[in-house]
Design a protein around this ligand. Structure first.
Ligand code: AMP
Length: 210
């Protein structure tokens, strides 16, 4: 299964990708996580990406296309994968097509901007392993500590309200047109966000006929 997760920032793509990854035994690939690691390690890509990310802007397509090509060449991608947060522009989608990548499904999680803005406030991530939590909807067992690796939980710099507003604008302008792009290819599966992770997961599995 080759799957793309579409949806606004904070729609729950990462959470649903992790659930599907476990169920299907294929990796979930988040360009956001790859970039955050690169920023932390201070690699050339990280140094370049940081200013875009902090401002809630998209990192240039060439950088993303390179990262994805390298990641998809890894042996664990042979049986399939879930892309979370990529493609994010028509240019990225076209580049994947040109590289011969064919997707089975493009899942689009539909959620209002108002709900996103409320939700981002409580979002936390583990700075060590990238696992995600929410202070109300998906809390860790010990506040501030990752259940998986014991790392410290933090709020992403780009989850601050002003940046979230800008990221939503970027989503509507640059990423939302991908829905039409994949609808034309007959593989768009829209699902409505539900009040809980479990309920959303249920509609996701139904949409994918799993
Ligand atoms: P995410 O974790 O997916 O919300 O990504 C966090 C940030 O990383 C975004 O706001 C962008 O600055 C950058 N980023 C992640 N994926 C992409 C992508 N496919 N194209 C451009 N920028 C990206």
């Amino acid at each position: 299964m080759k799957l793309i997760m579409l949806g606004a920032p904070g729609a729950g793509k990462g959470t649903q990708a992790a659930i599907l990854s476990e169920r299907l035994g294929i990796p979930a690939i988040s360009t956001g996580n790859i970039l955050r690691s690169a920023v932390k390690e201070g690699t050339p890509v990280g140094l370049l990406a940081k200013s875009y990310m902090d401002a809630g802007k998209l990192v240039p397509d060439e950088v993303i296309i390179d990262i994805v090509a390298q990641r998809l060449a890894q042996p664990d991608c042979a049986k399939g994968y879930i892309l979370d947060g990529v493609p994010r522009t028509i240019a990225q989608a076209e580049s994947l097509e040109k590289a011969g990548v064919q997707f089975d499904n493009v899942l689009s999680i539909e959620i209002s901007d108002e709900e996103i803005e409320e939700r981002m406030e409580g979002r936390r991530f583990c700075h060590k392993c990238g696992a995600t939590y929410h202070v109300q909807n998906a809390p860790s067992q010990m506040p501030g500590v990752c259940d998986k690796c014991g790392g410290q939980l933090e709020q992403r710099d780009d989850d601050k309200p002003e940046t979230v507003k800008h990221r939503l604008e970027v989503y509507h302008a640059e990423t939302e047109p991908l829905k039409e792009f994949y609808a034309q290819r007959g593989i768009l599966r829209p699902v409505q966000n539900q009040p809980s992770i479990e309920a959303t997961s249920k509609v996701v599995l139904e949409a994918l006929k799993l």
